[in-house]
Design a protein around this ligand. Structure first.
Ligand code: B1M
Length: 211
C-alpha cells in the first residue's frame, strides 16, 4: 500500500517532523495499524540496521531513524493499544544494563498496557538490582519483562535473570525475556519462564502466564 511505503521511507530517512502526518494519512486511507507498524516502521528499522552493519550509515542516522519511528508510534498508539490498563495486574519492564535500545521495549510496554497490565517502565540501561527493587516495591507484580537488543548485553540479561532466580519472591512472578538476539534456547538456558519474538506475542503470553 502506498501509505505504508511512505511511512517506511520517512522512518528510514529519519524524517521525524513529517512521519506522524504520513502515519495518519495511512490510517485515514484504511491501512491496518499493525501493518503500518510491522511493514512500515519495523521493516524500515531493519533496513537502517542492515545499512549500519554494511557501513553505509552511522550511529547518527540510526538515531534519527529511531526518533522518526517514535513520532510515528505516537500517532499509531491509540489505534494499537485499546485495553483498560491495570485489570490484568502489574508488569515491570526494562532494557537490561548497558543497552540503550528502547523502541522494542516501548512497544512491549504499549502492548502489555493494551492487554490490561499496569506497566512499570524502568527504562533503558537498567542494573539488575533495579528489577529486584522494583518488584520489592510492587510485590503484587505478575510479570517481569527484560529486553536486550545487543549480543553484548545478552550476558547482562543472563545476570539479571540469575539474580531474579535467586530472589525469595521468584515463585510468585513470571520472568519473560525478548529482543532481537534472544532465542528460546537462550531463554531456557538462563532460566527465564518465557521468551517471545515480538511485542504482541509477549503481551498475549504474559496474559496467559498471569492468569
Ligand atoms: Co543499535 N544496534 N546500536 N542503535 N540499532 C542494532 C540492535 C544492530 C542490530 C544494528 C546492526 O548492526 N545491524 C546492532 C547490534 C548488533 C549485535 O548486537 N550483534 C546495533 C549496534 C551495534 C549498536 C551500537 C553498538 C552502535 C555503536 O555505537 N557502534 C550502539 C549500542 C548502544 C547501546 O545500547 N549501548 C547502538 C545504538 C543505537 C542507537 C542509540 C543509535 C539507536 C537506538 C535508539 C533507541 O532505541 N532509542 C539504535 C538503533 C535504532 C538500532 C536499530 C537500527 C533499530 C532498533 C529498533 O528500534 N528496532 C537496530 C537494527 C534492528 O533492530 N534491525 C540496531 C525496532 C524495534 C521495534 O525492534 O527492538 O528488536 P526490537 O524489538 C522487537 C523484538 O525484538 C521484540 O519486540 C519488538 C517487536 O515487536 N522485543 C521483545 C523487544 N524486547 C522484547 C522483550 C520481550 C519480548 C519481545 O519480553 C520481555
Amino acid at each position: 500500500m502506498a501509505g505504508i511505503k511512505e511511512v517506511y521511507d520517512l522512518v528510514e530517512k529519519g524524517k521525524a517532523k513529517v512521519v506522524g502526518a504520513a502515519v495518519q494519512e495511512a490510517l485515514d486511507a484504511g491501512c491496518d495499524p499493525n501493518e503500518i507498524l510491522n511493514e512500515g516502521m519495523i521493516k524500515a528499522m531493519d533496513t537502517v540496521g542492515e545499512k549500519f552493519k554494511n557501513g553505509e550509515i552511522f550511529v547518527p542516522e540510526m538515531l534519527v531513524a529511531a526518533r522518526a519511528m517514535k513520532k510515528g508510534v505516537e500517532v499509531l498508539k491509540p489505534h494499537l493499544a485499546t485495553g483498560a490498563a491495570g485489570a490484568a495486574g502489574k508488569a515491570i519492564i526494562g532494557t537490561v544494563a548497558g543497552d540503550l535500545h528502547d523502541i522494542g521495549k516501548n512497544l512491549v510496554c504499549m502492548m502489555m498496557e493494551s492487554a490490561g497490565f499496569e506497566v512499570i517502565d524502568l527504562g533503558v540501561d537498567v542494573p539488575k538490582e533495579k528489577f529486584v527493587e522494583a518488584y520489592e516495591a510492587n510485590p503484587d507484580t505478575k510479570i517481569i519483562g527484560c529486553s536486550a537488543l545487543l549480543t553484548t548485553t545478552m550476558p547482562a540479561l543472563k545476570e539479571t535473570v540469575a539474580l531474579l532466580n535467586e530472589a525469595p519472591f521468584r515463585s510468585k512472578v513470571k520472568v519473560m525475556v525478548g529482543g532481537a538476539p534472544i532465542t528460546q534456547e537462550f531463554a531456557d538456558e538462563i532460566g527465564a519462564d518465557a521468551y517471545t519474538e515480538d511485542a504482541a506475542s509477549c503481551a498475549k503470553r504474559a496474559k496467559e502466564l498471569a492468569s
